[in-house]
Design a protein around this ligand. Structure first.
Ligand code: NIG
Ligand code: FE
Length: 430
């Protein structure tokens, strides 16, 4: 038996696997059930020196099995629940210059597009990001990533999209790259979103051509030389931003350089984004407040993950996305915080809470959405998103006898999350 192991967690009340049959995602009604091992005698979990989950079971059984073994770290989880690390499927964390003033405008009745058309919104942030240095972007990014870790996130999707030209988009992606190098407490899946808005003074056609002919080739060059490790391509497919045809051209061009399609669609207006994503074999589509019934069916047929962002509908007082219809149709639903200067939320527990109350998801569905399905939206569900032997040991230990307290105790997640474990290493304790 291997003598060296990274970690043993003992005496837990629950181990919440989420799923335990190597499922790549939980579709539709499958999300209603999450796999849990429970014991009033205490449960233990062992992480091997490769940072992966090695074993779990009753305390007494593992005590006997691992008597001869050394552990670098032991955690007493008496009465607590072990869950997978949370996966945030959609964020915009690279920016400077907050938009608290716009929050006031929106509270007074302005819509997202009113603010956007008045030169605020994304454009306000673009102005600040274009002027910022890579170091400034990286330092604010790191602060946000640290706060995400404290809220239990161990894997996060992170977009560019406030540069809107090759130079500034690359600067944002390089800030993400630097964060990947110097901060290992969270894992980042980077997304190129150069088509997040039409730059001032350009037409949609000009912006589309710039993305396809200048920016995407640059991303390819830097990915090839390993200066960047961008995984996904995104576009804001929206009336007055990139229409469905332009979005298709951009996403196709990204796919041709090896990026996975993961885009903003059907947020404020119906754009046939569900149909488009299915046609292009997208891995995921975010928002979907205005998705059509046909779009839902197409996503289900092609196993396109729906990344739902309850903070957006909440803060903009939008009609919520039809999550129940999606689940009924067999779509795999994931969740993202949508952290951005419009929706300043770094917390997946709060996102799950909003998903339950506003979108009428059950707590089981919200947890599946914030773990295995969000991992699937990033192409990582074979390694992340559930507690199964052989998977990466990304976990949180919650100080409650039942895991549901993480959602139920609205806003108290920082007190409830006692440990955050990334690759078997404790990266946060409280
Ligand atoms: O997902 N809808 C487009 N993108 C973001 C908002 C970005 C911003 O307002 O800065 C979203 O909500
Ligand atoms: Fe977004």
């Amino acid at each position: 038996m291997n003598m060296s192991n990274l970690l043993i967690i003992r005496h837990a009340r629950q181990i919440v696997h989420v799923c335990n049959k190597s499922e790549s995602m939980l579709r539709g009604k499958e999300m209603a059930h999450v796999a849990v091992t429970e014991s009033s005698n205490g449960l233990s979990l062992v992480v091997g020196d490769d940072g992966c989950i090695k074993d779990f079971g009753e305390d007494a059984e593992l005590e006997a099995k691992y008597r001869q073994c050394a552990f670098q770290k032991e955690i007493d989880a008496s009465g607590k629940a072990i869950l997978p690390g949370l996966v945030d499927g959609h964020t915009h964390p690279v920016w400077v210059g907050d938009r608290v003033h716009e929050f006031a405008m929106k509270l007074a009745g302005a819509t997202y597009m009113d603010v956007h058309k008045a030169g605020g919104g994304i454009h306000f942030t673009v102005d600040h990001v274009q002027k910022a240095t890579e170091e400034e972007l990286c330092s604010s990014l790191l602060e946000r990533l640290k706060r995400m870790v404290k809220s239990g996130t161990t894997l996060v999707e992170a977009k560019s999209g406030y540069g809107l030209n090759a130079e500034s988009e690359v600067k944002m992606l390089k800030a993400l790259e630097k964060a990947k190098e110097c901060f290992k407490d969270i894992e980042i899946s980077s997304t190129y979103c150069g088509a997040h808005a039409i730059p001032r003074g350009k037409s949609m056609e000009e912006a589309t051509n710039d993305v396809i002919n200048i920016q995407i080739p640059k991303i390819k060059e830097l990915n090839d030389s390993k200066e960047l490790s961008v995984e996904n391509i995104d576009v804001f497919c929206e009336k007055g931003v990139f229409d469905t045809d332009a979005s298709e051209r951009i996403l196709q061009a990204g796919k041709e350089i090896g990026l996975a399609i993961n885009f903003h669609g059907d947020e404020l207006h119906p754009m046939n984004s569900g149909e488009l994503g299915a046609k292009l074999d997208a891995r995921a589509i975010s928002h979907l407040e205005e998705v059509s019934d046909e779009g839902i069916q197409a996503m289900s047929r092609k196993s396109v993950v729906a990344v739902i962002l309850p903070t957006t509908a909440y803060i903009l007082r939008l009609k919520p996305p039809p999550v129940r219809k999606m689940i009924e149709a067999g779509v795999a639903v994931a969740l993202g915080s949508d952290f951005n200067p419009n929706a300043f939320c770094l917390s997946m527990p709060l996102t799950m809470h909003l998903a339950c109350v506003i979108l009428r998801m059950s707590m089981n569905e919200a947890l599946a959405a914030a773990t295995i399905n969000a991992a699937a939206s990033l192409g990582r569900s074979q390694t992340h998103g559930s507690i199964e032997v052989g998977k990466v040991a990304d976990m949180i230990v919650v100080d409650a006898p039942r895991w549901e307290h993480l959602i139920y105790q609205m806003g108290s997640h920082n007190e409830l999350i006692k440990y955050v474990i990334k690759n078997g290493r404790v990266v946060h304790s409280s």
